[in-house]
Design a protein around this ligand. Sequence first.
Ligand code: UD1
Length: 332
Amino acid sequence: MAVLVTGGAGFIGSHTCVELMESGEKIVVMDNFYNSTPAALDGICQISGRGFKFYEADMLDMPAVDKIFEENDIEMVIHFAGYKCVPESVKNPLMYYSNNLRGTFNILETMKKYGCTKFIFSSSATVYGFPEKVPVTEESPLSAINPYGSTKLIIENLCREMYVADNSWTMVLLRYFNPVGAHPSGLIGENPVGKPNNLMPIVIEEALGKRDKLEVAGNDYPTRDGSCIRDYIHVMDLAKGHVAAVKKARELDNGCLAYNLGTGRGYSVFEVLDTFQRVNGIDLGYTIGARRPGDAAECYSDPSLAERELHWKAELTLEDMCRDAWNYAKNK
Ligand code: UD1
């Protein structure tokens, strides 16, 4: 029996593959390298000292997805594959709905065909929209504020409805906060294709001297230092959260459960920049820019449900995140 990891060469996927193998799981990985490279697969093997079956396949290619289930005994699926760039989704909603939804339908339909009923979904804190209150709990109101977020919410709703219709399913919806960092070996990490949009990849570009400016997107928010506050979580902690979710899914006969994967602690943009500079001995030379449209002032998790039910807790610090992200980027 194996765990199928879709999008396993991606940022969170590759780190999760390492942790799954280190915890003794057998994995099968599929990826179409749309937003990742084969080098990540080599990194996973090097770190874990183990191999795994890999399929270069697109989730939109139904026969290719079918072949994976035909050729392997898939116990459960961790579904990472999908487009994830918010501004791109705003420009091209159809592209996002078409890929992320159709791909997920294909995976779920194939699981159904082969009697595989355990599904772990890579969701996001984006499903909380503009949080009315922080920290956000799994009971906080859900809303989509961009097409990327809509695809996450639609898939979450689909999972809930599929479970209600047929309670042989076990669905685990993992809502990630802001994943950053890299494996401490420096062998795998984040590789945004094209122009990065997220804070840490932008900081890295600046540190590498690959961009002309780094701007704090607004210093007039109602927060302790005026910049936005987010719940940054080390990708290794996040990867361990998936191992915990696999154990939970295995233990349950059925269910549809959502968990926040965050640290429960918010850091401001200034705090991230200061920590990055201090830990890595780099002067970033940033300036203050305008607010970024669509940014909530504060978003951080209450991760206590995951702690109680998954027996998982984020352990790494912002210092670890900044150090490991830079360690990967500078040696790449
Ligand atoms: C973004 C997405 C979210 C997605 C998450 C994945 C948006 C609106 N939201 O979250 O849906 O799940 O990434 O990690 O894109 N910042 C700067 N200067 C910059 C870039 C960012 O100050 O050049 C600030 C932002 O204002 C924000 C913080 O850094 O306060 C983090 O930004 P980012 O890394 O893009 O993450 P989110 O916006 O929280």
